[in-house]
Design a protein around this ligand. Structure first.
Ligand SMILES: [Zn+2]
Length: 671
């Protein structure tokens, strides 16, 4: 249990102890085989759960009516009326709690047959107090009321929340990004369709190859196995996958032939719109504009999803398709033989063959249209996201993840400490103690006088260099040292930099004499775009040709360089990606100043930064020309860039700019 007016970024951190463990609910053993038809057992399970909940809610019920005196953080005592306002649970838990059948929506009365459709007019919201009245009419012998409840997907049993006053039960349901989108859509469905699609078009192999070449990024660790070899996916891995899915798929589907073009574009659009929806659903604050984007993305997903319809087939459908194929092939052979016997020309026979192929295709599509659909509940639940944000604020506030990650401390830790004998009570008591001590610590350490917002530093001042390279003995640390003789034009590049920064008096000879220190690491702070108090650090590495730890590869990260002119490079908004070549500090003894600089090899945006139509991604190319190498100040480095190679070939020169890697990039690079 938690309190609604705790800030969500506090509540979502298990270490802040904003959730209280109230009870451990018994889980009835899984009912399989004959037991699943045991109605009596089901009823008993439900009754037990209801009785338990009643006991848990009892103190709440009286506080609801008469209020309780609570000492607030400011020292005042207030009379409070706590109300049950939200219940954070996954779909199956919601089904049990709200007493509805499995494939129905807990928030609205949408028909099972229409779950996979675009919601033009939202179905009527569920009215649980009405269900309660109907249920009691049914108990008194009104069969029609029972029939109606059954049609609405409501179980004929008293509901768990019915007797609580001041609770709007339909609003207890909260959308859930982890279980609905990451596990419900991506893991259970979409990735299977995508793999089916890639297999059908023989592109799975190239998808796997690109998958193995994905570069690291803060918050994203590159996969160490081909996609098709991973058998188990967890929530966190799905989160990672969504960040890189669009460019990987775009790379795998590049250069389609004529017949492939339309299906490939459609598949990419479908995947991209659901990825974009997922990212935008995670925004911490919304405007009408972002909400409009969300509903447009969802509409697009529905518009294009039919491309994956055939991959929803089950065994029965697959068998039917096989039978039709076999039957038609036989009759087509007969027809072809007859044509040949009648002395038809090759052209005539070929035309007949084309007709036959089309006929077969139509027959198969008719089967798919008839038997396959997208009517599963998770796809429907997406349609409630936007409305929920409108009414209750950002979706991340009601994350199931924080609850699940506290499980470790709340339950597993307690079990480990118990004597494992009837451990329930020991678990509850162990956590209550941990929780109390921690609360006491937090209170003791609390500093009421502390300033809430951090002092605003311009982020460029916070940038740091690290891992200085020790110069070898007897060598003068100069530009020669940085370039190791490989880049003779470095002094000119430096002079060029000085000219751009208003120091026109420096010549290449002077620059060559300056003292230089080389570094391997550049630390850049990244402000969360919706919460300026939260900063993550990008650690940019540049090891030159040397080995990076034990991976055996040199690591020179991709970075964003800001030109300061937002008008440039279309969707990239005045920034270009570049490869770090060196990080160094120059003591300019002539003008008496120190400059912290990087040497980069820049990439050029294609089509002036206009994203590709299907994938919505900007492509960049490496020209290898002299003009692509330049020296810039570290103040212009915005952070790491995530670039996905277009092909797995060694001499690949073209990359996709992955703007879905994090919300900051997603918000900056778009069209
Ligand atoms: Zn619904």
């Amino acid at each position: 249990m938690s309190i609604g007016n705790i800030l969500s970024n506090v509540r979502n951190k298990p270490s802040r102890h904003a959730n209280v463990l109230l009870a451990l609910l018994p889980i009835p053993p899984k009912m399989t085989g004959a037991a699943s038809k045991d109605r009596k057992q089901r009823e008993t399970n439900h009754e037990i759960l209801r009785d338990l909940m009643e006991e848990i809610f009892e103190p709440l019920a009286s506080a609801n009516e008469h209020g309780v005196k609570i000492t607030c953080g400011d020292g005042n005592v207030r009379l409070c009326f706590p109300r049950l306002a939200a219940w954070i649970a996954d779909h199956m838990e919601n089904v049990t709690l709200h007493g509805i059948v499995q494939n129905r929506c807990p928030a609205c009365e949408e028909d099972v047959e229409r779950l996979g459709e675009v919601v033009e007019l939202p179905a009527k919201a569920r009215d649980y107090s009405e269900y309660r009245r109907m249920y009691y009419r049914y108990i008194e012998g009104d069969e029609d009321a029972g029939e109606e409840l059954r049609d609405l997907g409501v179980k004929l049993a008293p509901g768990i929340f019915w007797e609580l006053s001041h609770v709007v039960q339909v609003d207890l349901y909260k959308p859930d990004i982890l279980h609905v989108i990451y596990l419900g859509i991506f893991q259970t469905h979409l990735m299977k369709w995508v793999v089916g699609f890639l297999k059908k078009h023989k592109r799975l192999d190239s998808f796997d190859k690109i998958w193995m070449l994905l570069p690291p990024y803060p918050g994203f660790s590159p996969p160490n196995k081909e996609y098709s070899r991973v058998s188990q996916w967890q929530g966190k891995e799905m989160r990672n996958l969504v960040k890189v899915l669009v460019p990987s798929l775009a790379a795998a589907l590049r250069r389609p032939n004529n017949a492939e073009r339309i299906p490939f574009v459609t598949a990419l659009r479908c995947v991209r719109s659901i990825v974009d929806f997922t990212l935008m659903a995670q925004y911490r604050s919304h405007s009408d504009e972002t909400l409009q984007y969300m509903s447009d993305f969802l509409d697009d997903f529905h518009k294009y999803k039919d491309i994956f319809l055939e991959f929803r087939k089950d065994k029965a459908t697959a068998r039917r398709v096989r039978e039709v194929r076999k039957r038609m092939a036989a009759s087509h052979t007969v027809a072809q033989n007859r044509l040949r016997a009648e002395g038809a020309s090759t052209a005539q026979r070929r035309r007949a063959g084309d007709d036959q192929r089309r006929e077969l295709q139509d027959a198969i599509e008719a089967i798919y249209d008839d038997e396959l659909d997208f009517n599963f509940v998770k796809i429907h639940l997406l349609s409630h996201f936007k409305d929920h944000v409108h009414r209750f604020g950002s979706i991340g506030m009601y994350s199931t993840e924080s609850g699940e990650s506290s499980h470790k401390q709340m339950i597993k830790e307690g079990y480990r400490r118990s004597n494992k004998n009837d451990a329930t009570f020991q678990i509850l008591r162990a956590y209550a103690r941990i929780d109390n001590f921690r609360m006491h610590d937090m209170n003791a350490q609390c500093d009421p006088g502390r300033i809430h917002s951090d002092v605003e530093h311009p982020p460029e001042e916070l940038r740091e260099l690290g891992s200085r390279v020790a110069p070898s003995k007897n060598s003068r640390s100069s530009l020669q040292f940085v370039s190791r003789g490989a880049l003779g034009s470095l002094p000119e590049l430096l002079v060029d930099y000085y000219r751009r920064s208003g120091q026109r008096n420096i010549t290449a000879e002077m620059a060559n004499g300056f003292h230089v220190e080389e570094y391997r690491l550049l630390k850049v702070p990244i402000r969360c775009f919706q919460d300026p108090t939260e900063v993550t650090w990008h650690l940019l590495r540049c090891t030159g040709q040397r080995l990076w730890r034990t991976s055996g590869k040199a690591r020179n990260d991709w970075v964003w360089v800001d030109t300061g002119n937002e008008e440039l490079y279309g969707a990239l908004r005045g920034c270009f990606p570049a490869r770090l070549c060196a990080i160094f500090k120059v003591r300019n003894t002539v003008n008496n100043r120190v400059d912290r600089l990087v040497l980069v090899d820049r990439l050029f945006a294609e089509s002036s930064g206009k994203p590709q139509d299907a994938s919505g991604l900007v492509t960049v190319i490496m020209t290898g020309s002299v003009a692509s190498t330049m020296v810039v100040s570290i103040k212009r480095i915005l952070g790491m860039a995530h670039l996905v190679p277009e092909s797995a070939a060694q001499d690949n020169k073209r990359w996709y700019v992955n703007n879905r890697i994090d919300l900051e990039t997603f918000n900056r690079v778009y069209y």
